[in-house]
Ligand binder design. Sequence first.
Ligand code: PMP
Length: 414
Amino acid sequence: MTVANDLILDVEQVRKEFPILARQVHDGKPLIYLDSAATSQTPQAVIDTLDDYYHRYNANIHRGLHTLSEEATGAYEHARDTVREFINAESIREVIFTRGTTEAINLVVHSWGRSQLKAGDEVMISYMEHHSNIVPWQMLANELGVTLKVIPVDERGVLDLDAYEHMFTERTRLVAVAHVSNALGTINPIKQLARIAHDKGALILVDGAQAVPHQRVDVADLDADFYAFSGHKMYGPTGVGVLYGKAELLEAMPPWQGGGEMIKTVSFDQGTTYAELPHKFEAGTPAIAEVIALERAIRWLTGLHFELVNDWEHRLLEHATERMLAIDGMRIIGQAPEKSGVISFLVDGAHAQDIGLLIDQFGVAIRTGNHCAQPLLHSFGVDATCRASFGVYNTLEEVDQFVDALNRVLVMVR
Ligand code: PMP
């Protein structure tokens, strides 16, 4: 659905839906939460959904014929269809619930990777990957003798597409790349990356953890072979995420974890047969309440309209960037033309850690550290940065208060 040009998001209304945003910290300072890239806050509707599940129909799924189990199973499978629609997957067979992005990537590494890759094959990742899209591939590469190639990133934090195209060989089997960088905010041109990978005969896995909360993701349009994301970054609960995979790929992949729920029959004499998709990849009792609440988060988020979310977060990004660049000695790491609401920064003469600790005293929550992207930060010649990241509930006034607090902190430490 398109939205009229003159509409803007009613942020005050949105904020009212997040009880935690009324919190005060450090002797009555209003909380200014600028760490949504790590974990977003949770609207009342999602909290209520969790509460309602435990109050009314907590039961294991796919197992019982009793009323509660049927209700829980129905809600869980309904959520799967909502996710399917949300990312425009063709079938619910292509939507696997996991514990999060990390587990979704590990599923592909262990199931697809172990069954499809041989020594000498190549997997391509990029310098801007989160550790969860690096380390599982490194582990597999070490085990199987697979070569890991790394796409370079330029000084603005943009992927080098020329290098990318030239890095393929006939042994390149898969590209694993972030849709949006959690450390820089860079939005990568996934459609183009996918087209190139496919032209070269490789698959593409997209880490969508930082994309899904901020823009409409259409896996069919992107032509992603695998797409992973987490609930807790998109106004949903922790402990739940999604792996999307094209049905024909998932079909051909062996199960990863074994246990209940993922089998058809188990026998000591005749061996074990596995359940159909998507259950083949969902061993054990899943995060039932969280899956159901994730559906609520999706409905909540799509109800805001992505065009408005996008516009608003872009305004926050522009305003914050402009005000921050006015600070003496400010260095913003990551200045890609296509950028999401993430600002990584350093200030001459001040340690990132000190800024993070002191600004918290003013009620401002930002992240400091390596953002689980050590190779990327090292390529910029730094070990740590401060990172402010925006959610749909942040306001321009909060940005101003953050910059004012930052200036006060800098007076203290420089
Ligand atoms: N990829 C990216 C780009 C991320 O930002 C994160 C979380 N910081 C992850 C993967 C890992 O997500 P999770 O911890 O929810 O598995």
